[in-house]
Design a protein around this ligand. Structure first.
Ligand SMILES: [Ca+2]
Length: 441
């Protein structure tokens, strides 16, 4: 661009009006170069050339400044455009955000959207925390109540503990009283003067150790050695071979507990003497009725012979001879296969019966099983007496059974198996003695 200067005149010595027009005309700068100093403007007014010189002097600077201004303007225009674009963009964004913000809408997420969601979710969280805090405060109150209640209980327990400590500081009394008299069996003990039923040590074999038994000594001086006792079902009679061999349950001086004396001891008690031994079986049902059965020449073999049961004959009683088997009416061989004389002892882990299966395993007890039994005094304890195939394991009549008195689906309440030498059984009168045996009552 070329600056074209037009001079209209000098209005005063000091004032100069210059009208400068910006033009894009193609004026050459040759006129400027031919300008001379004395063209009529006087000494106080600049000459045309002077003005030109003056103007030329600042032209470069002004030009640069104008260029700078132009650049600035352009830059400002750009910035403005940019700002406008941004405003439009923000407006659009807001419109989109307002449109898209609806519960459950997750599409077209942009930053403002996310912030809205975040803050609303924060609000939700705060509400939830408030609820939690309230609930926890309630829980704390409950726990505090519990603590104070426990503290009271603790205090009670401390009192109790102090009382117990006081009691324990006293010397313990031995609650089991064992009678001092000993013998080969309970009849021997009675013969030696014992008149009280209770716990005695007996030693049937010369080279054997003595062991504890419950002796039932009556007013006739008869001493029964008790080998089995069922009373209330507190002792589980499902035991293995060794437990039946050694004995289990509890002996008590007042005859209130259940036990199996042990096959080895029964073996010794029935084989150490040449005198015939009687096994007396006493039974009580759930109506309180009592029956008994006696078997003479009762013997239990050694462990080598699996503690085989043998007896000479049924000696009498009002319970019937269940050891002889029973005709249940289901098979002609019922009686033969349910008799017990001559049977070996079986437990769930030692099958010595005449059944292809394992009677003792089916019934969960130890007994002189055949195929399987008509008498079973080590059976499962059923309260109330009557039971069904559903109650029994695998539908078996596994109760405490004596079928010549009650059916195989009736389990007896109490049983006793005890030994006495035949010679003393009738002492004092058979009838009287039988009627005297008692149950728990
Ligand atoms: Ca078998």
């Amino acid at each position: 661009q070329i600056w074209e200067l037009t001079l209209f005149g000098c209005l005063s010595h000091r004032g100069l009006l210059l009208l400068i027009t910006l033009s894009s005309a193609q004026t050459r700068g040759d006129n400027i170069a031919r300008c001379t100093m004395n063209d009529g403007f006087g000494m106080y007014c600049p000459t045309t050339c002077g003005v030109t010189d003056y103007m030329l002097k600042y032209f470069t600077i002004t030009n640069e400044q104008v260029e700078q201004m132009e650049q600035d303007l352009e830059s400002i225009a750009n910035v403005t455009q940019d700002a406008e674009d941004r405003v439009v963009h923000i407006k659009d964004s807001m419109a989109v955000a307002q449109k898209s913000y609806a519960p459950g809408t997750t599409t077209n997420l942009n930053p403002s959207d996310i912030y809205i969601k975040k803050s609303s979710s924060m609000l939700d969280d705060i509400l939830r925390f408030e609820k939690t805090i309230i609930a926890q405060e309630q829980q704390i109150e409950e726990l505090q109540n519990l603590i104070s209640s426990n503290e009271r209980r603790m205090a009670d327990l401390k009192t109790l503990s102090l009382q117990l400590q006081h009691r324990c500081s006293e010397p313990c009394k031995d609650s089991v009283e064992i009678q001092p008299i000993t013998g080969t069996d309970c009849q021997d003990v009675a013969n030696k003067g014992a008149t009280t039923s209770g716990l005695y040590f007996v030693k049937p074999g010369k080279d054997k150790e003595q062991f504890l038994v419950y002796c039932e000594i009556d007013s006739f001086g008869r001493g029964f050695t008790v080998i089995q006792r069922r009373r209330d079902g507190t002792v589980d009679f499902r035991k293995d071979w060794i437990q039946y061999r050694e004995g289990f349950g509890y002996l008590s001086q007042d005859d209130t507990t259940e036990f199996w004396l042990g096959n080895e001891k029964i073996h010794l008690l029935t084989t150490s003497s040449q005198m015939p031994t009687v096994l007396r079986i006493e039974l009580v049902d759930w109506q309180g009725n009592k029956r008994y059965a006696d078997y003479n020449m009762f013997r239990i073999g050694s462990e080598a012979d699996k503690y085989r049961l043998t007896y000479g004959f049924y000696y009498g009683g009002d319970a019937g001879d269940a050891f002889d088997g029973f005709d249940f009416g289901t098979d002609p061989s019922d009686k033969f296969y349910t008799s017990h004389n001559g049977m070996q002892f079986s437990t769930y882990d030692s099958d010595n019966d005449r059944y292809q299966g394992n009677c003792a395993e089916q019934e969960g007890s130890g007994w002189w099983m055949n195929r399987c039994h008509a008498a079973h005094l080590n059976g499962k304890y059923y309260r109330g007496g009557e039971y069904t195939a559903k109650d029994g394991e695998q539908g078996i009549d596994n109760g405490i059974v004596w079928v010549t008195w009650h059916s195989r689906w009736y389990s007896l309440k109490e049983t006793t198996m005890k030994l006495i030498p035949l010679s003393r059984l009738t002492a004092g009168g058979q009838t009287t003695g039988v009627k005297q045996f008692g149950g728990l009552e």
